[in-house]
Design a binder for this molecule. Structure first.
Ligand code: GLA
Length: 392
């Protein structure tokens, strides 16, 4: 759907064709390496995608929020004068949580007519929720002229909304990657200090290919929160011997000296993943600076193995997609991306091997799991923006 079609749909839904809505876009993201490190104060290396959330939005004279989406056959209203009450099982909680954050900042909120349209697959580990949250946060700051809110404030308030309103104890990576996205750059972020650097991602002759397992991510949130707790247990076990507040502060060599203080073998493996993954991010950034994509790919493969064996967040579908990818000549790295438990893999594939990759990985995955995978060629794109008349 292009922007004119979306505008037409907006007028069909809400009328008043002489009052043009604001039009905004926020991307999704894919994480290249640095998985399950963000809530441990570690390093991550994600990038923003060309896929994302489009939002058409216009102020109303009352206190009603009107929601519609091209992705679901669903329309609803919400009265702001009742305060902020989480709705059972509905995607409008993502925008509603952002409205609540603005309200907490004592920003006076009118009602709005809104039309959402997303082209990121849902529940696939590509941050469709952070993309909705950041699209709403960016649009509200712009429509209400709240110039005091910088991009880092919008990122922080989106994270607070996800933690407190939605109830997922996620780290800051997703919102940060969405907010700070830049074309052809990966974002190297220290999740403890929030210092970051845009690293040129030069993929001469290669493509980033995303493959979706299309497996429903049942129990993903509770399993995710379980891993967060296990990492806290690891910190508690280490702390009496070595003063740390999070696993991100423990160096890779240090860990091998002190790991036996973590008595629980499972918790020790969780820590081993986080601490080794942190080191892999540092090595991956050096590899990018040296233009050494082969090394980068090898680190992606090692990341997957650690997520499979130490962190146990892959599962048969993700493992099968990655194993099949590793078999294709021209694939220099492949791993699961995002929280895991289903969702997507990301692979670096030589241009002339992409067609074979899609055919063979798709076929063998179907044979082995019974599911059909979907494939996307990722373009690394910019962060939230207002759209004028470009085609979407
Ligand atoms: C999800 C969370 C992120 C991050 C990843 C795993 O995407 O939202 O904060 O923890 O999982 O790296």
């Amino acid at each position: 759907m292009n922007i004119h079609e979306l505008q037409k749909l907006f007028y069909d839904l809400y009328g008043k064709p002489d009052e043009t809505p604001g039009m905004y876009f926020a991307p999704g993201r894919v994480n290249l390496i640095g998985e399950h490190t963000d809530y441990n104060g570690g390093f991550v290396l994600p990038c923003a995608l060309q896929y994302g959330t489009y939002l058409l939005i216009r102020k109303r004279d009352d206190k009603l929020l009107k929601f519609a989406s091209t992705n679901f056959d669903f329309k609803t209203g919400y009265d702001l004068s009742q305060g902020f009450i989480k709705q059972q099982g509905q995607w409008i909680n993502y925008p509603l949580g952002i409205f609540e954050q603005f309200d907490r900042l004592k920003i006076s909120l009118p009602g709005f007519d809104m039309l959402f349209s997303g082209d990121i697959p849902n529940s696939a580990g590509l941050s469709s929720s952070a993309s909705i949250e950041m699209a709403v946060a960016y649009a509200l700051a712009s429509m209400l002229n709240v110039t005091s809110l910088k991009m880092t404030d919008l990122i922080n308030l989106s994270k607070r909304s996800e933690n407190e309103f939605i109830g997922v104890n996620c780290g800051i990576m997703d919102m940060f990657a969405v907010g700070m996205g830049s074309a052809d750059h990966a974002i190297f972020l220290n999740c403890h200090t929030l210092e970051y650097k845009q690293i040129p991602l030069i993929l001469n002759g290669y493509k980033l290919v995303i493959a979706n397992t299309n497996k429903q991510r049942g129990l993903a949130d509770s399993k995710y929160n379980e891993r967060v707790t296990e990492c806290k247990e690891a910190v508690e076990a280490i702390r009496p011997h070595f003063p740390v507040n999070n696993l991100g502060e423990v160096g890779f060599m240090q860990f091998f000296k002190i790991q036996d203080v973590i008595e629980d073998e499972r918790v020790r493996r969780r820590a081993r993943h986080v601490i080794s993954e942190n080191q892999r991010v540092l090595n991956a950034v050096s590899a990018l600076y040296k233009n050494d994509l082969m090394q980068f790919g090898a680190l992606m493969n090692a990341s997957h193995e650690s997520l499979r064996d130490n962190y146990e967040v892959t599962g048969v579908e993700l493992d099968t997609l990655v194993e099949e990818a590793w078999k294709i000549p021209g694939v220099i790295g492949s791993r699961m991306t995002g929280a895991g438990f289903g969702g997507c893999t990301v692979s670096i594939v030589r241009d002339d091997a992409v067609a074979k990759f899609i055919d063979e990985v798709g076929l063998n995955y179907k044979k082995r799991t019974g599911h059909a995978a979907s494939f996307y060629i990722a373009e690394v794109s910019g962060g939230p923006r207002e759209l004028k008349s470009e085609t979407i």
